[in-house]
Design a protein around this ligand. Structure first.
Ligand SMILES: [Zn+2]
Length: 80
């Protein structure tokens, strides 16, 4: 049988808790990085129909307005 005194047991308990917290922290940082938004002119759309401005996730040039469902074209985006 393994003999462990109380101090060693508490130390193992706290080290396990710190490891769990670090793993959850790294997971949260990766999740934030994956779902982060950045502002740029290529992502900003303006609906000419209802004058609603909105951001899109991917780098598309054509999308639908979330308010009125009209087709919006990003005129500020320039293609090479
Ligand atoms: Zn609209």
């Amino acid at each position: 049988m393994i003999e462990v005194n109380t101090t060693a047991l508490l130390l193992i308990y706290f080290l396990l808790w710190i490891a769990v917290i670090v793993v959850l922290w790294i997971r949260e940082l990766l999740r934030i990085k994956k779902h982060s938004w950045s502002l740029s002119n290529g992502r900003l759309f303006h609906c000419d129909n209802c004058h609603h401005s909105f951001l899109v996730k991917d780098g598309t040039n054509l999308t639908r307005c979330p308010e009125c469902n009209a087709i919006c074209i990003n005129k500020t985006r320039r293609w090479l």
